[in-house]
Design a protein around this ligand. Structure first.
Ligand code: SF4
Length: 218
């Protein structure tokens, strides 16, 4: 008998989706362990600094059945580092679930099933990771996908605006701008967004407003 796929997990939690155009909906999160980037503002270092929990695919599918009406988000770390994420996505889609995949923009999304909603970070310069982006992904977007810029400064904002224009991102997917809390005042980002009337939406992390100070499980 073929061995069952096993994923390296950082945490499973049920919460309110705090980001993306799905913000506000109940969501079951599978946070996979490991990341190939080291963003300057990373708030999920535990995903690559702490040991992972090996978890069989069937356990995750059973967990999903406990929340039959919730969204499911696969996140990290960087979930596409694990080959087993592909059978997980296929199995969840086969049961009719809405599946979101949050990925850091450095790995190809070519093999991700079309039906999965891909939320792709485009790392801005202040993250220190802008050079690592796989820009070929920008030609693989579906209209339901989302491009997220996490913005630390005016320089980041200008970079995001240029990327939007050069790659006509708003015509290909939804575009989100999110401020790095503690580095950029959300109202300032809102002001820039309004001044340019960019076809993008401002995102504030709903879970940090609901549960301030909680770093995990939200
Ligand atoms: S991609 Fe995400 S988990 Fe990885 S270093 Fe950047 S912020 Fe942290």
């Amino acid at each position: 008998m073929k061995d069952e796929p096993c994923l390296q997990l950082s945490e499973i939690f049920y919460s309110i989706q705090g980001e993306s155009s799905f913000a506000g909906y109940p969501c079951l999160f599978f946070r996979l362990s490991g990341c190939n980037l080291r963003c300057s503002y990373c708030d999920a270092k535990y995903t690559y600094e702490e040991p992972a929990t090996p978890t069989p695919l069937s356990t995750l599918l059973t967990e999903a059945t406990r929340y039959p009406n919730a969204l499911i988000e696969i996140t990290g770390g960087e979930p596409l580092l694990q080959e087993e994420v592909y059978p997980l996505m296929d199995a969840l889609l086969a049961t009719g679930r809405t599946v979101l995949l949050e990925t850091n923009g450095s790995l190809s999304i070519a093999r991700v099933p079309q039906a999965v909603v891909k939320i792709i970070d485009l790392k801005c310069p202040d993250s220190g990771m802008a050079e690592k982006m796989d820009l070929a992904n920008l030609d693989l977007l579906a209209p339901h996908d989302e491009i997220k810029f996490v913005v630390s400064s005016r320089a980041d904002y200008d970079w995001a605006r240029t990327m939007m224009e050069e790659h006509r991102l708003a015509e290909k997917a939804k575009v989100i701008l999110s401020p790095v809390i503690g580095r950029l005042a959300p109202a300032l980002l809102a002001q820039w967004l309004m001044a340019d009337a960019l076809p993008a939406r401002l995102q504030l992390q709903l879970h940090t407003l609901l549960w301030p100070g909680m770093k995990r499980g939200v």
